[in-house]
Design a binder for this molecule. Structure first.
Ligand code: 5GP
Length: 139
């Protein structure tokens, strides 16, 4: 299927929609998920127009996994959790709801249950506070 350039992440990349970012380089952008499954949930997207991992170039995939690893290390340190959940869904059948490739980095503390996927919007001040803590660990 053709890439839909009206999806929300494409709008964020073009600066037409806002996001609370934590990291950016030439090939990727990382920002807070609006409906986090746990506090500190970050999304990593390629700047390349690709609907999912299967459509992404090898260079784009390498850039994404590099940023995902870097963000995961920072989230673990910032939140002080024991576990980090990394997820990546391909296609609506697999549960993908935004048709621009992305990786989820979700802190997972021992004994906790993640909130439902894309269900509860977090207060902006909570997201901003989390972003500051994560950015401080992304040195
Ligand atoms: P998917 O279901 O495609 O794997 O994940 C999409 C993710 O994007 C969900 O976790 C959802 O909470 C998040 N999301 C949806 N719309 C927005 C938005 O406008 N801004 C941000 N920052 N996250 C969004």
């Amino acid at each position: 299927m053709a890439y839909d350039s009206n999806n929300i992440f494409a709008k964020i990349l073009r600066g037409e929609a806002s996001c609370i970012s934590v990291y950016e380089d030439d090939h990727t952008l990382a920002f807070m998920d609006l409906m986090p499954q746990a506090d500190g949930h970050v999304l990593i997207i390629p700047k390349e127009a690709a609907e999912n991992l299967l459509d992404l170039s090898e260079a784009g995939a390498q850039a994404c996994i590099r940023t995902t690893r870097r963000v995961a290390i920072a989230v673990k340190k910032a939140l002080g959790v024991e576990g980090i959940h990394v997820a990546q869904l391909n296609g609506a059948a697999a549960g993908q709801t935004v048709p621009h490739c992305h990786f989820h980095v979700i802190p997972h503390a021992t004994g906790t249950v993640l909130r439902m996927h894309a269900a509860i919007r977090a207060p902006e001040e909570t997201l901003k506070a989390m972003a500051e803590r994560i950015k401080a660990c992304l040195a």
